[in-house]
Design a protein around this ligand. Structure first.
Ligand SMILES: NC(=O)C1=CN([C@@H]2O[C@H](COP(=O)(O)OP(=O)(O)OC[C@H]3O[C@@H](n4cnc5c(N)ncnc54)[C@H](O)[C@@H]3O)[C@@H](O)[C@H]2O)C=CC1
Ligand SMILES: O=C(O)C1=N[C@H](C(=O)O)C[C@H](O)C1
Length: 249
């Protein structure tokens, strides 16, 4: 069985990963909270991650935490030579650079969304934007009221996919007198209740509207995808990997 360490183990996704671990074993978790254990999994402070990776003989780290915590644990993975699956979102340019540096030393797989449906959605969006060249584009995402980063990592990834096809300028929310420019894409983030994660791209023009959307119904979908990615990553060469590599395998 793959021996997994979970970064952010006391969080919503940490719990979902422990629950989804059937073909793998969560042997230790990292979190900044004072808790000693969660669901029988010992909790260690991220500053002690390198020692814990050795002590618990960890094969791979699965991370759903905060950018600062992910980077601390990535450094520990480099020190000990352990692969890492990064699910945390909201990295700035410097943080992304540090993850890329880590991937030169260990296998590192980063995804803003570990659902297979989002992989397919991104491919459909790429085709639709390429084909419907003059249509207006508007991107919406909705998440639970505890989410701290906006727009979501997934929405940012979808925007990257769109920008590979078309030179659009994102406008984050609109307010006041704000006439739409032809080359803009509105990006909207809503936060309410316990909504797991919804993303929608609307393409409108030529007397028609195409809506491409995805809704996650349970955090289990992200947890299962991340654990699949973790099992796939063990034994690979150092480098930068993406979830599409796992889905296509
Ligand atoms: N890639 C994907 O498929 C998904 C990504 N996410 C992302 O995962 C992250 C966590 O999401 P949730 O579990 O909902 O958040 P949460 O707030 O419930 O949990 C965050 C966890 O990080 C821990 N933490 C805080 N500071 C830390 C540090 N310095 N070092 C290590 N751990 C630290 C907290 O103690 C907690 O355990 C977010 O960035 C979210 O956007 C969430 C769902 C799916
Ligand atoms: O914070 C969440 O919950 C989620 N975060 C990811 C994101 O920022 O895109 C993925 C998913 O939508 C859930």
């Amino acid at each position: 069985m793959t021996r997994v360490a979970v970064n952010g183990v006391t969080g919503q996704m940490g719990g979902a990963v422990i629950e989804a671990a059937i073909d793998s074993e969560v042997v230790v978790g990292f979190a900044t909270s004072d808790t000693d254990a969660v669901d029988g999994v010992p909790v260690v402070h991220p500053a002690e991650a390198a020692a814990a990776l050795r002590e618990y003989d960890v094969d791979v780290v699965v991370d759903f935490a905060v950018p600062e915590g992910a980077l601390t644990v990535a450094e520990a993975c480099v020190e000990v030579g352990v692969p890492m699956v990064v699910g945390t979102t909201g990295f700035d340019e410097d943080g992304m650079g540090r993850l890329k540096d880590a991937s030169e030393e260990v296998p590192l797989l980063k995804a803003t969304n570990f659902s297979q449906g989002i992989q397919v959605l991104q491919r459909l969006i790429s085709e639709a934007v390429e084909t419907l060249k003059d249509y207006d584009l508007e991107l919406m995402e909705t998440h639970h009221n505890r989410k701290v980063d906006a727009p979501s990592g997934t929405a940012s990834s979808i925007l990257d996919v769109i920008q590979e096809e078309r030179d659009v300028e994102p406008v984050y929310g609109r307010e006041g007198h704000a006439p739409r420019e032809d080359d803009e894409i509105g990006v909207f983030a809503r936060r309410a209740g316990d909504i797991r994660g919804e993303h929608e791209l609307v393409l409108a023009g030529n007397d028609e509207v195409l809506s491409l959307s995805h809704r996650a119904e349970d955090r289990g979908v992200f947890a299962a995808g991340a654990l699949d990615a973790a099992a796939w990553l063990v034994g690979r060469d150092a480098g930068w990997y993406e979830f599409g590599d796992v889905v296509d395998a």
